[in-house]
Design a protein around this ligand. Structure first.
Ligand code: PMV
Length: 358
């Protein structure tokens, strides 16, 4: 795979100090990525909705220094966070061959999330993509000829090396990551905005995130991905995911919402089925995850609704519904589903468009 276009070659040393702030979104996969090979290449293509309200805001200040080592400090919500440092340090080591300039600066990273800390909402996608955008802003100062297209492509490429799903948190409302024969321009190396016209029913799609369990996950996604090596169903799963992406691409264009519901819920349950059938096996759903799923199915049948759910690698439930059902479904969530959430907490979100420089 040719990654040479991502290697920084300029040697302009004129930028002494700089500071950039980016707001980058979280995303929720509709066709899931679960299983990877080195370095952070997906075993199948995936597609996600970009979220609007769940985001990270990160500022990086760069100060020129002499030594040739990676040097950074990290603050999260105003506090020094040394326990988050190893993950970021590993990320910087991985991207050094593409961003040689990072050793020329002392970096101070200050980050905050719009969603509650330890809510079980994955922050690696928004967190890693925000750092990648700040680095690209510096790179653009070092090399002003860099185009906007290259900017986003390299940011996604770098973000991917921090966390696979972070590659889908740069640009676009629906983002595809992973090479797929039916998605023009798709690549294992970076995410791209879904390249076809999307039906109006999927515009401003609603996602209420029910915080069923806010605890730390017992199994990290890194461990989960690795359990797909030698998994008895792995090859079929990777094929199914790619087939599902081909189907979903058509659905997103033709607006067949019933097919959308069927495919998205099946993807969510299949992701968890992979966890149930790996060795060692594990369960990330909680009793209330199943209560909520059953209530959603009941509501859908009784109200001829187009509500559905998806799941991340955790117990929280993402309730998905079109904008034209917002009022009714929000009432249903408040009156019925919120009691299955820890402290009755849920977050109403909708699909957004990607990263913003602040
Ligand atoms: O980006 P990672 O390594 O945290 O993996 C994310 C995996 C899922 O969230 C479960 C699925 C996905 O495609 O986002």
């Amino acid at each position: 795979m040719d990654t040479s276009e991502f290697i920084f070659k300029q040697t302009d040393n004129s930028v002494k100090n700089a500071s950039f702030t980016w707001q980058t979104p979280s995303n929720i996969a509709l066709v899931k990525y679960w299983g990877k090979s080195n370095p952070q290449l997906p075993k199948n293509a995936s597609v996600s909705f970009t979220l609007n309200n769940c985001h990270t805001i990160t500022t990086i200040t760069f100060e020129k220094k002499d030594s040739n080592t990676i040097n950074f400090e990290l603050f999260f919500e105003g506090q020094k966070k040394d326990d988050f440092k190893p993950k970021i340090a590993k990320f910087f080591e991985r991207i050094l061959e593409y961003c040689s300039y990072i050793t020329s600066y002392k970096m101070v990273i200050s980050s905050e999330n719009s969603f509650p800390h330890s809510s079980g909402i994955a922050s690696s996608a928004s967190g890693m993509s925000a750092i990648a955008m700040c680095l690209l802003s510096l790179e653009k100062q070092l090399n002003p000829s860099l185009t906007d297209i290259y900017f986003n492509k390299k940011a996604s490429f770098l973000a991917r090396l921090g966390s696979g799903s972070a590659s889908r948190s740069i640009e676009g409302s629906l983002v595809v990551w992973g090479n797929h024969p039916e998605i023009e321009g798709s690549s294992d190396l970076f995410g791209i905005p879904f390249p076809y016209k999307v039906h109006d029913i999927f515009k401003n799609y609603q996602d209420a995130i029910l915080l069923v369990d806010k605890g730390e996950k017992q199994v990290s996604s890194t461990v989960g991905h690795n359990l797909m090596h030698n998994h008895p169903y792995a090859e079929n799963r990777f094929k199914q995911a790619n087939d599902n992406l081909a189907k979903l691409s058509k659905i997103l264009q033709n607006g067949d919402i019933k097919e959308f519901i069927n495919l998205v819920e099946s993807e969510a349950l299949t992701l968890h089925a992979m966890m149930l059938t790996s060795n060692p096996y594990f369960i990330l759903m909680k009793p209330n995850t199943l209560e909520v799923i059953n209530k959603i199915w009941e509501y859908r049948a009784e109200n001829d609704s187009n509500i559905c759910f998806t799941l991340d690698a955790g117990a929280n439930v993402h309730v998905l519904y079109p904008e034209n059902e917002k009022e009714l479904v929000n009432k249903f969530i408040e009156n019925t589903l919120s009691k299955y959430c820890q402290k009755n907490q849920y977050i109403c979100d909708e699909s957004g468009f990607g990263a913003k420089q602040l």
